[in-house]
Design a protein around this ligand. Structure first.
Ligand code: GLN
Length: 307
């Protein structure tokens, strides 16, 4: 006799299977994967517990549960991740957006409400390493008068980010560019005019990547994680190139690993090209480190504005 599974049975079965692994939330994963397969929202699984599920969907669900059990990230299976209250499409080949990065985005959104930016008609922002477009598109969504130049070397990242800009209706506020760090900006004649440069660059030291959670180490793109031998390669390059593009009243804001605050701050102090700028005495540059909700250093900011 063919077994009939209800929604309730399947969620329970998913929990049992995933529960043997090291997953944070077998209940949520099981619910979300079933919702994905039968195309309903989570509430439906509570209100229709006894509904019998077609065996084709049962097979599909159990296959996904097995894949999840192998450590494959659920976001790639569902094809989405929420960030700053917006739904982002993600797939293998782009970094999965992290809540940590919201600290950087929220900081910028608050900053532009200050007096220095309030009087500006347009705010020009550069995002280095756009990935799925999380930073770029949430800034474009929440800052009305922003235009973002959004750069990545990865074709997959640019495809995903472009798709997200379409889904979020933000195409007119973003210029996507392919290339290495600031290089693609060279043809645009915008040197010295950028108000804000942001980046969440790859910052994991190469030797530490294999020790990350399996979900990250095996399935997320190395290109988006690997920051070179000491994890600081991209900070060095961004710090040394940013002065060419940043306006005299500019802000450079970088996401960092929890233990990289002092090193990145020192890079900015030692050789920030902003120091070469003609900054008036009463208009000093200031460097601050912003902490995340867990109390760890998360963002380093250099600004030459008085806000
Ligand atoms: N900017 C994207 C994010 O923060 C991608 C970052 C990256 O790939 N290192 O999610």
């Amino acid at each position: 006799m063919v077994a009939h599974y209800t929604i309730g049975d399947l969620i329970k079965k998913g929990i049992e299977i995933l529960g043997e692994g090291e997953f944070n939330n077998p209940l949520l994963d099981s619910q979300l994967l079933l919702c994905h397969v039968i195309n309903v929202d989570k509430i439906y699984t509570y209100t229709h517990k006894d509904e019998i599920i077609d065996s084709l969907f049962v097979d599909k669900f159990l296959k996904l549960i097995d894949k999840r059990k192998s450590g494959y990230p659920i976001q790639y299976m569902l094809g989405k991740q929420e960030f700053m209250g917006l739904d982002f499409f993600v797939k293998e080949g782009v970094l999965i957006p992290r809540p940590d990065t919201e600290i950087l985005v929220e900081y910028i959104i608050e900053l532009v409400k200050g007096k220095c930016f309030k009087s500006k008609e347009h705010i020009k922002i550069v995002d280095i390493g756009t990935g799925s477009g999380t930073i770029t598109l949430s800034l474009a969504h929440y800052i009305e008068n922003a235009h973002i130049y959004s750069i990545d070397v990865s074709d997959i990242a640019l495809q995903v980010a472009a798709e997200n800009s379409k889904r979020l209706g933000l195409e007119s506020k973003v210029t996507f560019l392919k290339g290495d760090l600031f290089k693609p900006l060279d043809g645009l004649n915008i040197q010295g005019s950028i108000d804000i440069i942001v980046s969440n660059p790859p910052y994991i030291p190469t030797k530490d990547i294999a020790e990350l959670q399996k979900e990250v180490a095996e399935y997320e793109p190395k290109l988006a994680l690997d920051g070179g031998e000491d994890g600081l390669d991209f900070y060095r390059r961004i710090v040394s190139d940013s002065g060419k593009y940043l306006s005299d009243n500019g802000v450079l804001a970088l996401e960092i690993g929890y233990d990289q605050g002092p090193a990145v701050k020192k890079l900015l102090e030692d050789k920030g090209t902003l120091t070469k700028k003609n900054i008036p005495q009463n208009h000093p540059q200031c460097i601050e480190i912003i902490k995340d909700l867990a109390g760890h250093d998360r963002v380093v900011v250099l600004k030459t504005i008085q806000n």
